[in-house]
Design a protein. Structure first.
Length: 125
């Protein structure tokens, strides 16, 4: 695989579907909830691992967005990880991406997936 192909796959902007939005919210709420359960000062290494996993998973599900970086940095501050920052960031990214998607629909070269059989559902992850 060429370097350009690898870069394009990392910076792709996937089409937002209801499943993608739900998965992103589950990841964000789970990360914030887990950090709240871990406590403000204990398990510091695990808190950073949860933050890294949340950022990587959200970037994979929704595509990379610059708002994920300051959220990751804020989560490194003690006591700040008790606030639902991943959830708030994910809601903001979803709003921004949904607005962009509405203003700039998919180009003709990237058609929306359609079911091959009537009544069949498309699951896009």
């Amino acid at each position: 695989m060429k370097l350009a192909d690898a870069t394009n796959s990392l910076t792709r902007v996937p089409h937002l579907t209801l499943l993608r939005m739900a998965l992103a919210m589950v990841v964000a709420v789970a990360a914030d909830g887990l950090q709240l359960l871990l406590g403000p000062f204990g398990w510091e290494g695990l808190n950073q691992a949860v933050d890294l996993a949340a950022m990587l998973l959200l970037s994979w599900i929704l595509g990379f967005h610059l708002l994920f970086l300051p959220t990751f940095v804020i989560e490194l501050v003690p006591l700040a990880d008790d606030f639902p920052t991943w959830t708030a960031c994910t809601v903001a990214v979803l709003i921004i991406k949904k607005r962009e998607q509405r203003n700039h629909p998919l180009p003709a070269s990237q058609p929306k997936p359609t079911p091959s059989k009537p009544g069949q559902k498309i699951i896009d992850v």
